[in-house]
Design a binder for this molecule. Structure first.
Ligand SMILES: NC(=O)c1ccc[n+]([C@@H]2O[C@H](COP(=O)([O-])OP(=O)(O)OC[C@H]3O[C@@H](n4cnc5c(N)ncnc54)[C@H](O)[C@@H]3O)[C@@H](O)[C@H]2O)c1
Length: 244
């Protein structure tokens, strides 16, 4: 993986941070997109050898112009883009009858349209270099649904269709596109859940524990690596068996 150029959206905290650090640990050149970027590398992580390989960029994935300009800059500077990880995502939970139009739009715009924007922006470079890996981060609720998350689960189900269609469109150019669907991962996003909700989730996980962010990053590394070169258009649940 050494010197591969990697883009990780939402790569500054939570699962995305673990993914950025995992690629940096492999000697890759990492570009981490986020809405707010760290003021210093130390603020992000104390290991300077790792953080030196990570470039932070303030990019709003829901804005095609912002994405196109950032990705254009990277392609110009590095001359290639090897891997895109569409990880940026938000929740704005509420029951359907109370959900506002704006909460629906925000979640679809960031999670689903944001992934489309980034894929569109990297595809020209990946097509001309005739190689690339696109790894989308979905959620098991995109497969099994979840009350209070009609916007979020719809955005993640949308990523299934996006993944499979793009995989079919780009396969002839040696670009593999896959979707990782985590279950419950210990991050700030799930920190919003009540203790009761957390207990309910964990009781239903066959492995009886939540995932660490590193356990998701490990699977991303697999999809980016040589061992996954014959895998495309797949959805992999990384959920301790929750959505069997
Ligand atoms: N935490 C979980 O249990 C869990 C489970 C399944 C799937 N996921 C998915 O994993 C991904 C990461 O989740 P997390 O738990 O680390 O969340 P998080 O809230 O900790 O981090 C999300 C990241 O996305 C970035 N982001 C949000 N909106 C953005 C925008 N418009 N442009 C650029 N960046 C933006 C944020 O800045 C942040 O860095 C999300 O797609 C989420 O849906 C998480």
């Amino acid at each position: 993986m050494k010197d591969k150029v990697i883009i990780v959206t939402g790569g500054i905290r939570g699962i995305g941070k673990a993914i950025s650090l995992a690629f940096a640990g492999q000697g890759c050149i990492v570009y981490a997109f986020g809405r707010n970027i760290p003021q210093s590398k130390n603020e992000f992580h104390e290991n300077n050898d790792l953080t030196d390989k990570i470039n932070f960029m303030q990019v709003d994935v829901s804005n095609l112009e912002s994405v196109t300009s950032a990705i254009g800059e990277i392609a110009k500077k590095e001359g290639k883009i090897d891997v895109l990880v569409n990880n940026a995502g938000v929740t704005k939970d509420n029951l359907l009858i109370r959900m506002t139009e704006s909460d629906w739009d925000t979640v679809i715009d960031i999670n689903l349209k944001g992934s489309f924007n980034c894929i569109k922006a990297v595809s020209r470079t990946m097509m001309s270099q005739r190689s690339g890996r696109i790894i989308n981060i979905g959620s098991i609720v995109g497969t099994i649904g979840n009350p209070g998350q009609v916007n979020y689960s719809a955005s993640k189900s949308g990523m299934v269709g996006l993944t499979k269609s793009v995989a079919k469109e780009l396969a002839s150019r040696n670009i593999n596109v896959n979707l990782i669907s985590p279950g419950y991962v210990d991050t700030e996003m799930t920190g919003k859940l009540t203790d009761e909700q957390k207990e309910f989730f964990v009781n239903n996980i066959p492995l009886k524990r939540v995932a660490s962010t590193d356990e998701i990053a490990d699977v991303v590394l697999f999809f980016a690596g040589d061992g996954a070169k014959y895998i495309t258009g797949q959805v992999l649940h990384v959920d301790g068996g929750l959505a069997m």
